[in-house]
Design a protein around this ligand. Sequence first.
Ligand SMILES: NC(=O)c1ccc[n+]([C@@H]2O[C@H](COP(=O)([O-])OP(=O)(O)OC[C@H]3O[C@@H](n4cnc5c(N)ncnc54)[C@H](OP(=O)(O)O)[C@@H]3O)[C@@H](O)[C@H]2O)c1
Length: 203
Amino acid sequence: MRIILIGANGIIGRAIDHAMSESHDLIRVGRTSGDLHADIAKPENLRVLFENAAPYDAVICAAGEAAFGSLTGLSDKDFQLGLNSKLMGQVNLVRLGLSSMSDGGSFTLTSGVLAHHPIPESASISIVNAGVEAFAKAAALGLPRGIRINVVSPPWVSETLKALGRNPASGLPASVVAKAYVASVEGRMTGEVLDAQAYAGNA
Ligand SMILES: NC(=O)c1ccc[n+]([C@@H]2O[C@H](COP(=O)([O-])OP(=O)(O)OC[C@H]3O[C@@H](n4cnc5c(N)ncnc54)[C@H](OP(=O)(O)O)[C@@H]3O)[C@@H](O)[C@H]2O)c1
């Protein structure tokens, strides 16, 4: 398959790249990294990206920003960041990427554990993650030509915890999280939220 991988240079994106590059043709995308550049928060960037990358069989997004912070500490700008980037960025990937996608193709978006297991600093991120999941479930009901959509919900990733100076053992390695993205692209499911933790036993 010819697959657009957004966030290919990130912690999760690199693991997806490693898991899929032998059997698929990947087009790696980031704002400043990768084969093609686009900021998912900018619809005009996405229009150019899809024009240049077409035709493609799948789009995977392992990217998108949202701000951590206490409820009283989060600013208007902090909330807007998550809404524009991780939420509407991924919604717009589907809206703008649909017409050039092959019949039977798929979108795989990313949410995260904080949608359903919030912490005091996740007010903004929890909205965004839950919104991505709700969008995908609704979009799955209306996608044409056998096109599918799923969301991968990663827990804390070990490599991220390590980079933050926290105990990596309480997270899931990115290589395991990547298995959920492979399952979404290569499987038949649609409208599903894939809890990456469920792939921990499939080493
Ligand atoms: N890591 C975790 O523990 C964890 C847990 C749950 C959910 N998640 C979610 O998983 C996704 C990926 O996380 P990660 O930890 O792998 O991130 P990361 O290491 O920070 O990497 C993010 C990647 O996405 C690209 N990127 C960031 N913003 C972008 C944008 N607006 N448009 C296009 N590309 C963009 C970056 O490349 P450029 O700098 O070149 O743009 C980079 O390659 C995020 O949505 C995150 O919220 C992560």
